[in-house]
Design a protein around this ligand. Structure first.
Ligand SMILES: *Cc1c(COP(=O)(O)O)cnc(C)c1O
Length: 227
């Protein structure tokens, strides 16, 4: 018997948050954030019905990708990405959440072009302007977006953020609002539609959903504390 209770509990909380905010459940994607999680655990959750997983480290991702090749997993890349590693993942990931600088943009464009792929990406925004975190600063988002939009083999699908850690998730709301407003301003300025807001983790995903998240990235609540 598969024990799918962690997933069921998270699903229920997502459904409730959607109801509270007048949104449809199918408009929010649950992504399992699986850094340090073993392949057999991922396989277990796949059996429970979770189909989208996100990895942070290229080496770790490649190992799991090989081991789980028989499953129809939709893999996303959500961690800091070194330009020289793009070539290893470009044919394996549906969505890169962490585009945050021009050198990486150039490399994705080049590698996607080589395999005739349009790589879907999100632009990561450093909403708290934290020095230790990746992401484009809010005031740089417009000029960077212009560059992203000029590339042929890249499709910009939205924004992602990891806000400063707050014990009280209510305090993260202002960062989620900021990301949503940035997205709306970009849509207006560039006359385009951005599908995704990737925001919300174990501690604050309900607030993120209330503020418009379309992808929530959850690790601890599904897979337990990381060792
Ligand atoms: C680890 C991680 C998550 C999940 O964090 P939890 O607090 O364990 O849910 C989400 N997004 C990114 C980018 C991560 O690295």
């Amino acid at each position: 018997m598969l024990d799918c209770s962690n997933l069921e509990r998270v699903e229920e909380r997502i459904t409730k948050a959607c109801e509270r905010s007048g949104r449809k459940r199918e408009d929010v994607i649950l992504l399992g954030a699986t850094k340090t999680v073993k392949p057999e655990v991922i396989r277990h959750f796949y059996g429970c019905g979770l189909k989208v997983f996100g990895e942070n480290r290229v080496q770790e991702f490649l190992k799991k990708y090989e081991e789980l090749k028989d499953l129809n997993i939709e893999w996303h890349f959500i961690g800091r990405l070194q330009s020289n590693k793009v070539k290893y993942i470009i044919d394996k990931v549906e969505l890169i959440h962490s585009l945050d600088r021009e050198s990486l943009l150039d490399e994705i464009e080049k590698r996607a072009g080589k395999i005739n792929k349009i790589q879907r990406v999100l632009l990561e925004v450093n909403v708290g302007a934290e020095e230790t975190k990746g992401g484009v600063l809010p005031e740089e988002v417009f000029s960077f977006t212009e560059k992203v939009l000029s590339r042929k083999n890249i499709s910009l699908e939205g924004l992602m953020t990891i806000p400063p850690y707050e014990e009280d998730p209510e305090k993260s709301r202002k960062y989620f609002v900021l990301l949503r407003e940035l997205k709306e301003k970009l849509e207006e300025e560039f006359s385009l539609k951005l599908t995704h807001l990737s925001m919300g983790m174990s501690n604050d995903f309900e607030i993120a959903i209330e503020e418009g998240a379309t992808i929530v990235r959850i690790g601890t609540l599904l897979f337990g504390e990381r060792g």
